[in-house]
Ligand binder design. Sequence first.
Ligand code: AHR
Length: 547
Amino acid sequence: MHTLTRRDFVTSTMAGGVVLTGVSLGAAGARGSRLADSRIDVLLDESIGTIAPEIYGHFVEHLGGVVYDGIWVGESSSIPNIGGIRRAIVEALRPIRPSVIRWPGGCFADSYDWRDGIGPRERRPRRTNFWIDQRALRELGNVPAKYDTNHFGTNEFVRFCRLVDAQPYLAVNLRSLPARAFFEWLEYCNSPAGSTTLAEQREAGGEREPFGVKYWGIGNESWGCGGNFTPEEYAAEYRRFATWAVPDYGVDLSFIGSGPSGRDLEWTRRFFRALNERRDLNRMWGWGLHHYTSAPNGEAIAFDDTAWYDLLSSANRMDSLITAQWQVMGEMDREHRIKLVVDEWGAWHRMTTNVDPTHLFGQQSTIRDALVAGLTLDTFNRHADKVAMANIAQLVNCIQSLFLADEDRFLLTPTYHVFAVYTAHQGARSVRTVMSAPTVHWRDGEERDQSLWGLNGSASVRDDALTLTVTNSHLTEPRETEITVRGAPVGAIMATTLTARNVHDHNTFEEPDTVVPTTADVRGGRSPFVYRFPAASVTKLEIALRR
Ligand code: AHR
């Protein structure tokens, strides 16, 4: 494979241009196919399903700088805040409609006692954080990130959710607390005002009305940090927590089982079989799936061409993970009542670019991460009939964050911009889209031939608006693409593009707008039309339908 110099990259990207407006037809003037090397067919009449807004969900764990610093700055902080919650994060989240936020972990959840996080803040106990023994923290001495003040508890989390109009998704401690603690947390959150002592405690914390929490995760990674169970052992625990008399207080409770890591089909098969022995599958709404993406050299910014493609290819596995898990789930759940909940996903790099040393698993984000986000969200959209929720890990200062925050400094990452660009898909009807483009070939770190789809994407329709999102993973080649919309005439077209002059560019506190999307009108009015997707880019085409 030709290795790019920085100069090569800049030259080829810029030569590709951002938008080829209008129709770039061949000399014959008809249909544009002579210039195009790729095709996209959008089939408006072939519905896949409604894209659950919850696919665009988030994840917040008490880990490093996520909660303390990232979200919670405290009411007396000089950092602008709304009742202790960083104002900048609230304002940035609102327009992207975060839909659902999972909390308080992750692995942390299975060590967390929710009772520590209620009542007057100054009286809440300080506890050792689950992550205290991570090497990166151990090397720093006795830093606050090793402990939890519990200043951000259930009331604060629910308030945060309300501020950004998201639903709370609570992960229950199954490893180190009995089921009774879960029932009491449920009672604290959802029992009617004045009905129980716990409802009164909620009210004393400033919240008279019930929270109406619908989503409850029954443990986390129960095959690992959440108890190291076998599938059969976990099924027995699941029964204890989630079957029989769990009061619903009028809420349509949706329990989420702790599913596999990536491709572990046996975890799914054996758990479903074991739960089904006593016909308890009807007590599960969603099945969790975790898939983190990484590339061999592990660097967030200092990656080479191989690591570019390796990372995108690892992200692209999401498609086959979903279909493989879905098939196994169907062996027991023949009507596919239980949906997939990909409640942890994202690109996880080495911790060499975190903005503060105590931000465990903190990392910078480039256009490569933006492509991971675009690829993955498109995959979820295409599987709208199977995926009911997904939560990128994690919201701020950790793994593939949308934000980096350090005291009064705050920035939006390229991943944030992808979520902003893709907001239009939420709640829309996913329609089948056929893409064909030259396959991308490269040799991986072990000199094996590898390949990746040239273009990846999804399309959705709401009323008379079609949204088509596309990632072009090729580092240097733009894709000249003939796009055909089948089922309705096409009107005006608007393009939003996220790319970078250099693939290693990233947003910093000093230069926060290095990687940001641009928007332009495209001459519309006919189908097919030809559009050039720049190399290494994420694009949204908003296409008016005339019908
Ligand atoms: O997101 C970080 C950690 O990764 C989570 O706590 C855990 O569930 C996963 O292994």
